[in-house]
Write a new protein. Structure first.
Length: 93
């Protein structure tokens, strides 16, 4: 009977021990020179990505606007159809 609690504690310890240990120490602080380098790399990459994203937006802009216009027109046509149907139903009564 005492083997079950011991076995339970052993299994619990085996599975929980990786949670409490670490392979590395705390992260080191970057020097000022490293921070400047990271910042300049980030800005350069951001410039590159920004120009690419702007290009994609410009190429898709016309199609997105046309899709929005088509959607609005479809909604207006459906609303007009519902109103005409309601008028027709009122006249039949």
């Amino acid at each position: 009977m005492k083997r079950i609690p011991f076995l339970f504690v052993l299994i619990l310890f085996a599975f929980s021990s990786p949670l409490f240990t670490s392979c590395e120490g705390p992260p080191k602080d970057l020097s000022i020179a490293d921070k400047k380098k990271v910042d300049s790399l980030y800005r350069d990459e951001l410039k590159s990505l920004r120009s690419e994203m702007d290009s994609i937006c410009r190429s898709r802009r016309d199609s997105l606007i046309q899709t929005a216009v088509d959607s609005l027109l479809e909604e207006n046509i459906q609303e007009i159809t519902r109103q005409l149907q309601r008028i027709k139903n009122l006249q039949e009564k």
